[in-house]
Design a protein around this ligand. Structure first.
Ligand code: ADP
Length: 541
């Protein structure tokens, strides 16, 4: 016997309709690409999304068609989130930091029909428009007529002009909640990027998940500023969740530097920040140089790569803002685990709190985790055994777009490529990416632990550890350090700092200084580039 509850599909359009009905006056504020701050509301975003949807229908966009964006976090991008998916079409958010070859690859692979772009990216749009064979039918500049870019693109349309020609009368269509809603390609640091296709159901469930108190706790009480880009994993689902709960949303546009973010936080009274460690490193450096504090900010969600202890301490002790360390992937929508304190941690000394906060956290309901050995046998959840992390759940990808078979899926589990430990409560700690782990004499050295230790050394601005081939040990660790400005740090000083903080055999065999670390399109250090750069390096020991 079935229950007698209403069979209403979980659709993204219901989130924006809810926002319009129940918190139409809550603000949506954008630092625009054109420059000024633009003030709007969820009510206006809802109306403009329907006008945009009417325009898309006239442009021939139908259920299942792909509409691409190359854009910052702005209100127009938000309108596309709701208009494209609301119609049952698929929003393909493209990372503008992809190389021109990867850009062309993802547009072809997705078979995008329309490309909406911020005027910052007009050159990328022109590269795409100049290609002789393409599925793209046209390009739309995400601006108003006054800021129409001078461009060679034939028949270029303008976002606001499209909207002005339309009415906001539209009833969002109803369809199966498993319908595809958006598409995001992993950055593809090796091989071609792979497309992850989200559904309405997965997106709405994930939105509920990130509003739970013991996760990211997105709330009506918050003023939320997602620095995490809307071109990467739907800005961690923040735009959908904020529409659902009625949080004031502040969108940083192209201003991701410390000064622009500080201004926005101060002007809008931001309480909740979300982003990757590289962005926060810049923000903290700016605040320190200006002698400023993050007055209104209560919590900072940090994920995307391991969050260093020094960063947690700077936010919590220096700025009185709670750090929520989270882990996820493009394939997991992205939130998989979140680190929040439990009652048993009450009264813990700060040093222990800090080492707990370095862990990636616990899965929320909906996500199941396990670790397995090289043969696929499950390992104990004892906080000690480390193995290949696997995940499953209704917002975890079951495969990749237009790709037969998958070497990352086994018996209903997705192999994350991360190496981690798990304890009985599900607390997960990543020791490495499987491709970054340093294999020395049959044992594993965690590059993350090495980096964390190095980052605590005075005078170290950033650091990366990676393995290089070694005739006797298979691999040995190398540490590459960027000195803090104005310091004269030496390799010996770093080495003596590390000695005693880790097992002797973990100590790097070499320490080199560089001007900057190579950073990939999603803000992560490109270890592969470092390994290539130092290939053939001869250890002196
Ligand atoms: P891509 O770089 O391909 O876009 P994702 O953004 O999906 O990939 O990155 C997912 C990977 O990022 C994870 O598998 C993990 O290695 C790393 N990662 C994400 N969050 C954390 C975290 N909190 N700590 C350590 N590593 C993390």
């Amino acid at each position: 016997m079935f229950g007698q509850m209403m069979d209403q599909p979980l659709l993204i359009s219901s989130q924006i309709s809810f926002a319009e009905r129940f918190h139409a006056d809550v603000e949506v504020v954008t630092r625009t690409v054109e420059g000024p701050i633009h003030r709007s509301t969820w009510g206006e975003v809802a109306r403009r999304s329907r006008r945009l949807a009417n325009a898309l229908l006239k442009m021939g966009v139908r259920e299942g068609d792909r509409v691409a964006t190359i854009a910052w976090n702005t209100q127009r991008h938000l309108e596309l989130y709701f208009a494209v998916s609301g119609l049952g079409a698929i929003l393909h958010t493209i990372n503008p930091r992809l190389s021109p070859e990867q850009l062309a690859y993802v547009v072809d692979h997705a078979a995008d029909e329309w490309v909406f772009f911020d005027t910052t990216f007009v050159k990328l749009a022109e590269i795409l428009a100049a290609r002789p064979k393409s599925t793209v039918r046209g390009f739309v500049a995400m601006t108003d007529e006054a800021h129409r870019p001078a461009s060679s693109i034939e028949g270029l349309l303008v976002h606001d002009t499209l909207l002005e020609a339309e009415s906001d009368a539209l009833v969002w269509p109803t369809f199966d909640e498993r319908t595809a809603s958006s598409l995001c390609y992993t950055s593809g640091t090796s091989g071609h990027p792979k497309g992850v296709v989200y559904s309405h159901r997965s997106t709405v469930l994930h939105s509920y998940a990130v509003t739970m108190t013991d996760t990211l706790a997105l709330s009506a009480a918050d003023v939320t500023l997602p620095v995490v880009p809307m071109f990467h994993v739907n800005a961690w689902g923040v735009p959908y969740a904020c529409a659902m709960v009625g949080s004031k949303l502040v969108l940083p546009g192209p201003g991701l530097d410390g000064k622009s973010l500080t201004e926005l936080v101060e002007a809008e009274g931001v309480t909740s920040l979300l982003g990757v460690p590289t962005v926060w490193a810049n923000l903290l450096a700016h605040l320190a140089s200006e002698g400023k504090k993050l007055g209104t900010v209560k919590k900072v969600v940090i994920g995307g790569s391991a969050c260093p202890g020094t960063m947690i301490e700077a936010f919590e002790k220096g700025h009185n803002a709670r750090v929520i360390h989270a882990w996820g992937m493009t394939e997991t929508s992205p939130v998989g685990t979140v680190n929040v304190m439990l009652p048993e941690h009450e009264g813990m000394p700060w040093s222990e709190v800090l080492s707990y906060k370095l862990k990636q956290g616990r899965p929320m309901y909906g996500v199941d985790l396990r670790i397995v050995d090289d043969e696929g046998t499950e390992l104990p959840r004892d906080g000690k055994a480390s193995g290949h992390l696997q995940i499953r759940g209704p917002w975890v990808a079951s495969g990749y777009f237009r790709q037969e078979g998958s070497d990352t899926h086994h018996d209903g589990w997705f192999a994350t490529g991360d190496i981690a430990t798990l304890d009985a409560r599900g607390t997960m700690q990543i020791t490495d990416r499987s491709k970054d782990v340093i294999k020395s004499g049959g044992e594993w050295i965690s590059s993350i632990d090495l980096e964390n230790a190095a980052l605590a050394c005075p005078g170290v601005q950033t650091a990366a550890a990676f393995g290089l081939p070694h005739p006797k040990w298979q691999e040995r660790p190398m540490l590459v350090v960027v000195r803090a400005p104005g310091t004269e740090l030496t390799a010996n000083e770093v080495m003596s700092f590390l000695a005693g903080r880790m097992p002797r055999w973990w100590l790097p065999d070499a320490i080199e200084f560089v001007e900057a670390l190579p950073i990939g399109p999603t803000g992560k250090v490109l270890k592969r580039t470092l390994r290539e750069r130092f290939a053939g390096y001869v250890f002196s020991t």
